[in-house]
Design a protein around this ligand. Sequence first.
Ligand code: MLT
Length: 264
Amino acid sequence: MIALSTGIEIGYEDMGTGIPVCFLHGFPHNRSLWTPQLHGLLDRARCLAPDLRGFGETTAAGPFSMDQYADDVASLLDLVRIERAVIVGLSMGGYVAFSFWRRHRDRVRALVLADTRAGADTEEARTRRNEMIALAREKGSAAVADAMIVGMVGRGTRERSPHVVDEVHRLLASAPVEGVIGALEALRERADSHSTLATIDVPTLVVVGEEDVITPVSEARVLHSAVRGSSLEVLSGAGHVSNVERPAAFNHVLSEFLAKLTLE
Ligand code: MLT
């Protein structure tokens, strides 16, 4: 844990050697989401994985917004002396990556946008965020985990690998309730990032689980067609947390992407 210039203490992993890669988790996860990537890539990348504000070991104090999460990450990069990193964001981590790109683009070596979307919340989605906030206040994070788990993990994983579903449920249920509420407000208020996509001029990989129902393949195709020169990988047999559901396949496409960067 170290104190950031943005006023919080942050928990993070910093392991491995090679090209710096910063992994941003989704909602309501924490850095342990990335365990399969940290262990799979540490011989070729310096893997940095923070707990975003309000999750894991990081202080649960506002303000909560995608911009604030992005500024926390920039402050962490300063402290660990990484000038530029490949930013890998899954779902909410992808929304943070868009803010990070808008605010700190000189720190971005390349982008990996996993199971995410460019759009802001619709009115219906905002209503659902408010219902989820009420649920979190009344019944806590375990109730939020119960409500989210079916969408979070793909159909194939639910049928074939119930232990993965249990692990992901445990991860969601362990989230501090202040962090969950803060993140839901931040998700509800986040900016639309469609106009950002055309400004991205670093190598970009878009990854999505074929069975993702939260940010489906159609959303990944929007990202792929709007980000010049990007590549798209659709992982069969995976849902929204594709990096956990198909860790070897996810690590393979990420490793290939990193290998090309190191040749440039
Ligand atoms: C996530 O996985 O980060 C969330 O499901 C994203 C969202 O709800 O928009």
